[in-house]
Design a binder for this molecule. Structure first.
Ligand code: ATP
Ligand code: MG
Ligand code: MG
Length: 550
């Protein structure tokens, strides 16, 4: 019955192992070091690492750094940090594709010697014209029949720097009439006088992706090279390169659909503009979905793993709701995190019959559903803060919180009855007054009467002021993500709300990335960039309630 729950990639791997095509499984994650990783990459990382784990195989982290123009080595460290944080341990298997430049050159020479590659003098534009279209076959290059000796000599000269950028390329000799345009004598090496971060000025020719990638996989003895759907049409070329370069066993490319989130901006170009325009606070702004941003928002590796598993692997592109990501983090944190009290929009509550100067130390369970999280101490006193929305001078029907004459429970404390309030001229409530009933102390076994509302609070004298950041989608979902006129983003003006709030005085040990439930208000995480011991800053990861259903 296990076979039924296996995804299509696992089924293919099972088949390959059963048929003896491979006797072990080796996967890789091959990022180009040209940007920050996002949630889609997390899917690829966890998928590849998960397969290696399941089949007791090996997982490689390989930087695909064969394009000297696009790379920025600052990203190597951030990518390593993200992959490590996700728990995808590459052990000693960290590789750089640029270390294989010599091996790739040797492969190209081998192809020339077999009559399978030729040096071509057509310009890029001419190559495009000769290539044909979907409905029209291509034309052979006039240089296609150069002798092997001439090709070897010219290719060696390309390497030696005899030619300028664009003057000559090396092309695979396959089939200009193939229905698959990728097979119409694709360019596999180009001249580019560029300095490479790793190899410096050693090379002035660089391999094209479709030639380099299969060789990288083959050199590392990758068995299953898992990539996204847009490479499906490139697979015949991948197989051609592996076969003609005579690698054995041959790595096998398997494609799956990219992960897209509905109404979420992932395009590098857009995010770059949001950063430059100062609309977000860097690539790790908690409203973004880079791995660094998700981490800063308070997502955990476990929640992302759960998310990726729920999404499954598929062969058809579709888009997933952000609410599913929220579901996963709630599920992950529910039993693991203490439930603290924080008042986000405070008004003062004065218990007029509670003795002035008296304090009681309440012993409070950290998580009622998980006793293992222990207890903490909480001070109860005459003056507290409660949420502004937990009091109404003139309540509507079915409002069970505080209003003149009504009795509610103060969570972990006593029953209190509202006796009055003070308001400004404009009606803004300043202070709410109440009395308490000493009989009703929480845990006293009091059963005399029931109340319909329970509200949370913090003690006025010993609470801590803090900042909370409440998030909504960066873009306006009603209007649609992109502006129809100019293609810009329809931004949501409320995507970040900053509140000054009061929290319990129980965050002495709290450090960056720690997360908590704030009862009734959601899950929050200590912001890694801006939070200080004297001024705590919390990001709301997610609210508590959702209409999301699995
Ligand atoms: P670019 O090519 O512009 O850098 P990229 O996102 O394709 O963008 P890569 O560094 O090539 O960047 O990606 C590394 C790996 O992550 C690839 O194997 C790719 O297939 C995979 N990947 C990228 N985006 C997604 C996605 N949205 N869902 C799943 N896998 C993805
Ligand atoms: Mg790419
Ligand atoms: Mg990339």
């Amino acid at each position: 019955e296990a076979a039924v729950s296996k995804n299509f990639i696992e089924q293919e791997i099972d088949k390959d192992l059963a048929e003896g095509v491979y006797d072990t499984v080796c996967t890789r994650f091959p990022p180009e070091p040209n940007g920050y990783l996002h949630i889609g990459h997390a899917k690829s990382i966890l998928l590849n690492h998960g397969l290696a784990q399941k089949y007791k195989g090996t997982f490689h982290l390989r930087f695909d750094d064969t394009n000297p123009l696009k790379e920025d080595m600052e990203f190597v460290e951030s990518i390593k940090a993200d992959v490590e944080w996700l728990g995808a341990d590459w052990k000693e298997h960290l590789y750089f594709a640029s270390d294989y430049f010599e091996a790739m050159y040797e492969c190209a020479v081998k192809l020339i010697k077999k009559g399978k590659a030729f040096v071509c003098d057509l310009s890029a534009e001419e190559i495009r014209q000769y290539r044909g279209t979907l409905t029209e076959a291509g034309k052979n290059s006039p240089y296609r029949d150069r002798s092997i000796e001439e090709n070897l000599k010219l290719f060696e000269e390309m390497r030696r720097g005899v030619y300028k950028d664009g003057e000559k390329v090396l092309r695979a000799k396959i089939d200009m009439s193939s229905p698959n345009i990728n097979m119409r004598d694709p360019v596999i090496y180009r001249v580019a006088h560029l300095t490479h971060h790793n190899t410096g000025d050693t090379w002035c020719i660089y391999p094209m992706y479709d030639f380099a990638h299969p060789i990288e996989d083959a050199v590392e003895k990758i068995t299953h090279s898992i990539c996204t759907l847009e490479f499906e049409d490139h697979r015949p070329l991948y197989d051609w390169v592996v076969r003609e370069c005579e690698f054995s066993p041959a790595p096998r490319q398997i494609e799956f659909a990219k992960l897209y989130l509905t109404n979420v901006v992932t395009g590098k170009r857009y995010i770059k503009k949001l950063v430059t325009d100062g609309i977000v606070d860097g690539w790790d702004d908690p409203r973004l979905v880079s791995i660094a941003a998700l981490r800063r928002r308070g997502f955990t590796p476990e929640s992302l793993k759960m998310f990726v598993e729920l999404c499954g692997v598929s062969k058809s592109n579709s888009s997933v709701d952000y609410a599913m990501l929220e579901y996963c983090i709630r599920e992950d944190l529910k039993m693991k995190k203490p439930r603290m009290m924080a008042v986000l929009d405070p008004i003062k509550l004065v218990i007029d019959n509670y003795p002035e100067g008296k304090t009681e130390e309440l012993c409070v369970e950290n998580n009622l559903e998980n006793p293992e999280l222990g207890t903490r101490k909480l001070l109860f006193e005459r003056e507290l803060y409660i949420e502004r929305e937990d009091f109404m001078a003139e309540p509507p029907k079915k409002y069970f919180r505080l209003f003149p004459g009504n009795e509610v429970r103060l969570m972990h404390g006593y029953f209190v009855t509202c006796t009055g309030y003070e308001a400004d001229d404009d009606g803004t409530i300043r202070v709410v007054h109440c009395t308490y009933d000493p009989e009703t102390k929480c845990g006293s076994g009091f059963t005399g009467r029931k109340v319909k509302g329970t509200i949370h609070w913090v003690p006025a004298s010993s609470c801590k002021e803090a900042e909370v950041r409440l998030y909504e989608n960066l873009v306006d979902e009603e209007k649609g993500v992109y502006n129809k006129e100019d293609g810009s983003l329809n931004l949501n003006p409320n995507s970040l709300q900053v509140r000054r709030c009061y929290v319990e005085d129980s965050f002495e040990e709290a450090k960056a990335y720690d997360s908590f439930q704030f009862v009734r208000n959601g899950y929050f995480c200590i912001d890694a960039k801006d939070s200080r011991k004297e001024h705590l800053v919390f990001n709301r990861i997610v609210s508590l309630k959702s209409s999301f259903k699995l």
